[in-house]
Design a protein around this ligand. Structure first.
Ligand SMILES: C[S@@+](CC[C@H](N)C(=O)[O-])C[C@H]1O[C@@H](n2cnc3c(N)ncnc32)[C@H](O)[C@@H]1O
Length: 325
């Protein structure tokens, strides 16, 4: 890339092999690939592909900025761009937001272009690029993952994204979702100059949730007579539901949320004579749920009868494939 960031699009110099490959050809390939499911993608991870299964179509600059904004990329972040093309996402994150980053890309020419451009712009030590298959890449250091791939490739990556990333890691994808893993946020922005598809882009954000599915137990207070509780949590990515048992009464959770490692749930336990709302707010920390448990009169919905510092231990729980992390 000889001109760096120019206007709303980067132009490749004549010395770049990419200059000989019209963008519209890549766009047509892209459109066809996004309709047909390539068997090689479905059978991914075992064998490293020697050529990209996703064509090179750069994210327009306005979308790069919006992706970094939606992902709240900042100094201290480590951004990993899966299939980094000309390196623009990682370089822009380093240049404008002080983040460190790595781009992995199969095309050796694009990797060289990216490293040269990062150096030219003075961010060569914080924005690095490797010729590497994204399916062979270690995700665990990332605090932000960015991608502009294809729906089937996203789905092939999903089990690893859900299970290997640390809770709180942000995943930002340009134009393609992650199936029934609902995004935590999404924005649509007009992009009149877009080379492929309609003249707008959709950007999706997911915040990786902690794995909290399973049965948890603890007690409300330290005394020997303190009532015990059990909570059974079911998890579909960041969606939670479940059942609470306090003493010998149980109820379905009427609220349950999970954001990164932050857990909140509540239920009304009806003893016949009294109705109490039990509400927990805390975090998943090293195999425990740690936080505050309040008990209030469900009829008046105001007076807090008691507050407990609570630690619940997991009595059983199984990490299930792509359903949770
Ligand atoms: C649509 S482009 C996106 C480029 C860049 N991330 C952006 O947003 O501008 C997808 C890139 O992924 C690369 N790619 C495809 N399959 C790959 C794989 N298995 N490993 C690494 N890179 C791959 C392609 O060469 C291409 O440059």
């Amino acid at each position: 890339m000889s001109e760096g960031r120019v206007g709303s699009e980067t132009r490749l110099s004549a010395s770049s092999p990419r200059a000989f490959e019209p963008l519209w050809m890549a766009a047509v390939t892209w459109a066809l690939l996004s309709i047909a499911v390539p068997a090689s993608v479905n059978a991914q991870t075992d064998a490293a592909p020697s050529s990209p299964q996703v064509p090179y179509v750069p994210t327009p600059w306005v979308v790069v900025s919006a992706m970094l904004e939606l992902g709240q990329v900042k100094n201290g972040d480590f951004l990993l761009d899966l299939g980094s093309g000309d390196g623009r996402v990682v370089i822009e994150a380093a240049r404008t937001r002080g983040a460190r980053g790595l781009g992995v890309e199969l095309d050796a020419d694009l990797v060289k272009l990216s490293n040269d451009e990062a150096k030219r712009l003075g961010v060569g030590s914080s924005a690095r690029f490797l010729r590497q298959d994204l399916f062979e890449t270690d995700f665990t250091q990332a605090t932000v993952i960015t991608m502009y791939l294809l729906p089937q490739v996203n789905m092939a990556l999903r089990p690893r994204l859900a299970s290997e990333l640390r809770p709180g890691t942000r995943i930002v994808s340009h134009d393609f979702g992650l199936g029934d893993w609902r995004p935590d946020a999404q924005v649509k922005i007009p992009v009149p100059e877009k080379s492929y598809g309609p003249p707008h882009s959709t950007i999706f954000l997911w915040v990786v949730p902690a794995f909290v599915a399973g049965a948890w137990e603890g007690s409300l207070g330290d005394s020997a007579k303190a009532p015990s509780f059990q909570v059974e949590l079911r998890q579909q990515f960041q969606q939670l539901s479940g059942t609470l048992r306090v003493g010998n009464r149980s109820a379905k959770l009427d609220q349950a949320t999970l954001a990164a490692d932050r857990v909140m749930f509540s239920a009304i336990i009806d003893s016949g004579r009294e109705r109490f709302r039990h509400a927990f707010t805390g975090r998943s920390v090293g195999g425990e749920l740690v936080g505050a448990w309040t008990v209030s009169d469900a009829r008046t919905a105001e007076s807090v009868a008691a507050t407990y510092e609570t630690r619940a231990r997991r009595s059983e729980g199984r990490r299930e494939g792509s359903g949770s992390n």
